[in-house]
Design a protein around this ligand. Structure first.
Ligand SMILES: C[S@@+](CC[C@H](N)C(=O)[O-])C[C@H]1O[C@@H](n2cnc3c(N)ncnc32)[C@H](O)[C@@H]1O
Length: 410
């Protein structure tokens, strides 16, 4: 990375200001406290951090953060998904709000909060992910414009019965996750979901069951198993049974269903496989090569991925303590393949406005990404703000303070 020019005495860089703003947990946008007009300010007028000064093309922009977030977007259920942008939604909205587009693709939809925000902005949304369980959340909340789980459907779901796969979850995960009564309940609901004739009712039931399992699992990940008493801090989520959670979650997912007047879609797709016709803007939130640990979604969420399709077509590795399924390869997770993957992805979306989330602890570095995007786009703007990712509850390993970027290519 090229060093920037020396700082003027008493002049504070944006990095200084962002550090100050970030004491504790600032939710203020970076634009405040700069002593300049809080409207969007472009690079030439502003002191820039070294990483951005070294980029010739893009401008650095600040947003006021005062465009009200659509009320519905605030109601989206919190999933504590790894890399979730839920707490950044007001900032992301502020930037998206300025761009001219009607249809949008969110091909790394994950927990689904950004796709749902876009739906609440009355855009036509296509949300997809290469895993199956994110598709279920997106189908229940984004594609679904009006179907609810009503009384008769809930009765069908709760009915006791037998099936050929009787007790699969209980047999496979006893002593690993949850109590036997919870596992039996998961089996019962999984068996009954296909009995609902309406596919959107099915997806609400799946989303409610998935979130129940997530809430009831300490730290919200499936890497830990067995006696998890040490994680029990008395939280309500850990005291409730899966059945109690499920009944609450039906209400939660029923309450976020709305019609934005557009035909929206939820898909399971690799980012390189999806179609781009009739898409004006693409919001990209790929996983990034981590500096330490790993970023494998299957390692953390294998139980949810299996549950979302009753483990059909998935092979369980019985030699693993937590009964994992095979990891899914993505080129974004490895140093040797990531740059090529970004290059191919930017080429694929050369006709769309690109809005990409990225953070300062990712690889490649910001200036490399901007240089790649500049090959496809005339105008690049980099928005920046500090962000603290919370992941699980294990303070030492699970909190990362990073600079979060939104790179806009037009
Ligand atoms: C950082 S997360 C997205 C988080 C999401 N924006 C949110 O706020 O919840 C990245 C997502 O990319 C998905 N993913 C990874 N590689 C992919 C690929 N090649 N194609 C599609 N999705 C992929 C992962 O399954 C994961 O859900």
């Amino acid at each position: 990375m090229v060093e920037g020019s020396p700082r003027r005495r008493n002049s504070r860089t944006i990095d200084d200001i962002s550090r100050d703003l970030f004491e504790g947990e600032s939710t203020e946008p970076l634009g405040y406290g700069l002593g300049v007009s809080p409207d969007k300010v472009h690079g030439a007028d502003m002191p820039q951090p070294a990483s951005l000064r070294s980029i010739p093309g893009p401008t650095l922009a600040y947003s006021r953060g005062d465009t009200p977030l659509p009320a519905r977007a605030r109601d989206y259920p919190e999933l504590r998904y790894m890399g979730s942008k839920q707490r950044l939604l007001p900032w992301i909205h502020d930037i998206l709000h300025e761009l001219d587009f009607n249809s949008v693709l969110d091909p790394f939809s994950g927990g689904g909060c950004v796709g749902y925000l876009l739906k609440a902005m009355n855009k036509r949304v296509v949300a997809s992910d290469f895993l199956n369980f994110p598709k279920e959340f997106a189908k229940a909340t984004i594609e679904n414009n009006g179907h609810h789980l009503d009384g008769p459907a809930i009765k069908t779901l709760l009915r006791a019965g037998r099936s050929k796969n009787q007790g699969f979850v209980e047999r496979t995960f006893s002593g690993i996750f949850y109590k036997p009564s919870d596992l039996r309940f998961i089996d019962r609901i999984s068996m009954n979901i296909p009995k609902l004739a309406d596919e959107y009712q099915q997806s609400i039931a799946r989303a409610a069951l998935l979130r129940s399992c997530l809430k009831r699992q300490p730290r919200g990940v499936f890497t830990v198993s067995g006696n998890l008493a040490k994680y029990d801090d008395g939280r309500r989520d850990l005291r409730l049974s899966i059945e109690e959670h499920f009944l609450e979650q039906i209400e939660v997912f029923n309450s976020v269903v709305f019609d934005n007047g557009k035909r929206n879609f939820a898909l399971r797709n690799d980012v390189f496989a999806g179609r781009t016709e009739n898409i004006d803007l693409v919001y990209l939130d790929p996983p990034y090569v981590p500096r330490s640990d790993d970023n494998c979604y299957i390692k953390r969420y294998h139980f949810l991925e299996g549950l979302s399709c009753n483990w059909e077509g998935l092979e369980i590795d019985y030699d693993t303590k937590v009964r994992k399924i095979a990891k899914r390869y993505t080129p974004f997770s490895y140093r040797r393949t990531a740059i090529d993957a970004f290059e191919r992805m930017f080429h694929k979306f050369r006709n769309q406005i690109v809005v990409m989330s990225y953070s300062s602890n990712g690889f490649p570095e910001l200036d490399v990404l901007v240089a790649l995007l500049e090959r496809q786009k005339k105008k690049i703007t980099v928005h920046k703000r500090p962000h603290r990712y919370h992941f699980g509850t294990h303070a030492a390993v699970s909190r990362a303070i990073v600079d979060e970027y939104l790179i806009v290519g037009e």
